[in-house]
Write a new protein. Sequence first.
Length: 580
Amino acid sequence: MKSKVAFLWLLVMCQFGFSQSVVRGPYLQLRTQTSIQVRFNTSSWCNAKIKYGLSPNNLDFETPNTVGGLTHVVDILSLIPKTKYYYAIYNGAVKLEGTDQNYFITSQATGDTQKVKVWVTGDCGTTDQNNNQANVKNQFLNYIGDSYVDAWLLLGDNAYNDGTDYEYQTNFFGVYQNDRIMKQTAIYPVPGNHDYNGTTQITHEMPYYEIFANAGAAQMGGVPSMHKEYYSYNIGNVHFVALDSYGMETVNNFRLSDTLSPQVAWLKVDLAANTQKWTVVYWHHAPYTMGTHNSDTVFELVQIREKFLPILERFNVDLVLTAHSHTYERSRLIRGHFGMENTFNPSLHQLSSSSGYYDGSINSCPYEKKSDGSKKGTVYMVSGTAGNRLNFRSPTYPYDALPIIEEVHGGSLLLEVEGNRLDMKMIGSNGAVIDKFTMVKDMNQKSTIDVPLNSSSFVLNSPYKEPSVWVASQSVVPSITIDNPVGGMVFHVEDTKGCFKDTLTLNTLNPCFNQRNINSLIENGSLINLKTSNKIIGASILSSNTHVILDAQNQIELLPGFETKANTIFYAKIGGCSSP
Ligand SMILES: [Fe+2]
């Protein structure tokens, strides 16, 4: 009878929204092109629903009510890709939460080269020593301004000290849930030892797996792991892999370093199937660190480095993000170092001595890789100061292979990937960019650029994603517009910091144009065989070492200004083609 009365009271509270509020979240998970999952807790039992739409004042759609309870998980389905949706939480007609800060943007397609922006926090869920956790968050939000963040990666130890639900409420949600980042950006976590703790290392029965969604069905891309502990996903042209470095599997109590474990078996299949340009793998336990943990003496760290890293490097992973030590430590581009610290040999294992800053300072060119595997290497990072920053250091700190460190401030990471360029920044608790590096793929090469059919002009973008030096004109712009593009035209472009030289050759899909005016400088190396069904009007200068055939059915008109330089092969002939 007592419980019946209590239930009725809860029902009344729910129906009339008595002082009901959202006490956890809302937070987002499982973001795809067409769906997202909203999670939140209410202060008392109720059914709840999400209203959503394209503006905060027109939430025209709504989900069914949740089944009822304190914890709510709502999937919003049938959305449009790359679209901004506002949402609000309702209990019946009572709005519990919903402002212009409650929005998300659905994901781009796998392979899309639109910029991907990611926040990474390691060991964030401490008891906020010296307010560092809040400062790191606030300075990151200040740095990114109003820009949208596609993903928030948690590197484990997200709620100290034992990962209890209460600790998640106070040390994680309590710190982040009033900020836009939690309302807007989907979370992609991995567990740390403090999220497990105690006996749950074997049972995996802990709040972490209740709080966060099971992403093991490859809802966001990748190969299904069918395990809640580890999963993969794609955002644009980046393949992310989230691993569990503490939980044990099977009766053998396999860990990440056991290469026969289900986790590693799945990982090999997943990485073999991955076709994205970039691969980022993250887990909690740092394989290289001389911070608050010592990767020469802590057995589990030694094991991961010796047994597991060779697998990642075999699949040419670009970036490894870890935490566990409450330090910031970062490598240059390295490969093949699996032994103790004193076996690290820069001449063998370090593929670039650059800082990677890419800011014009001495020896700062980006780390350069090739998608075909002819240039390899990985950057390893320990970023465990989003919560507190401990002063304890292992005796040989800094680690020889991870010499780029931050001693004073805590911080978090801003990862940005656009096309063939990856930029990482460590944003400190003081608001400064304390460290940064750039990695690129497929630069310093000759590329063919397809021009759409019947283009009268074409915008040619620099491969460097920033203003670049177009050699012929010496203009410094991110792109140039080419009028009357013709297949075989070559364009030389260099970056402003003296790191790259690329040659771009146009490929026009038209075998026969009606008429073409060629007025621009034909750069050296161009190999042009232009056919038209009418005429060609030329006023170009043909640079040295060009080979140009103008072949028109009716007329070729060379205007004043047309000029051929030394070592040019030039033919003009009547014949052309008959069907444009
Ligand atoms: Fe840890």
